[in-house]
Design a protein around this ligand. Sequence first.
Ligand code: FPP
Length: 252
Amino acid sequence: MKDILDKIKSNKEKVPVHVAIIMDGNGRWAKKNGKERIYGHQEGTKSVKEVIRASVNAGVKYLTLYAFSKENWRRPKEEVDFLMELLIRSIESELDELKSNGIRLLVIGDTDSLPEKVKDKVDNALEETKNNDTLYLIIALNYGARWEITQMTKKIAERVKKGEIYVDDIDDKMVASHLTTAGIPDPELMIRTSGEKRISNFLLWQLAYTELYFTDKFWPEFKEADFYEAILDYQKRERRFGKISEQLKQEK
Ligand code: FPP
């Protein structure tokens, strides 16, 4: 493990500042092991801890985890209830650990429509960790990118209507500053587990130039070393942002 971490760190300027993860495959992993789906979510929390630890070790500054999408409400009620309960329990049991490791919790998504007891727990954890800055742990909760983009459009339209801004003032920067991720840099790397190769309504604006990494491992199987593997893979890639390879070499 140390070897792979040293390798990542020797390429310091190519350690991603922001990694986003679609944690997929809890249910299938549980089924494969002859267990109920909820057991997969329970085990998934161990992988959450692994990637948080790995992010701190590797020097990643922002880690975004897709914990619950707007579409996830369509699941059976027992599963939704279990996920909400798991979230509350995880925050309760991990809060001290987050605090002592300098981790700041942030949440993106439609938090206003979350159950009151989830909202209270989340709000308390946001407050308790607000002065930390070793790692920003961003949980996407009741999140959907189309919802986010729609909200942004409404907010900007409202400002135009009030005469605060002109239509011509609207540019990339203004759009970004009205998203739930305002102030957070775009992810350089997005990981999705379980073999699915989709974005699933996750950070549609922010992932415009992000490198995508897909692994067949189910989320409960994804451990610290797998996270480092993904970063190593990312470090080998050339990000051109629309330019050609030769231009990038001249800029160096
Ligand atoms: C996807 O697997 C996973 C989820 C919808 C929930 C993720 C939640 C956790 C890992 C636990 C709690 C999180 C935190 C941040 C404490 P799936 O159910 O879609 O799996 P499937 O595709 O195999 O059905």
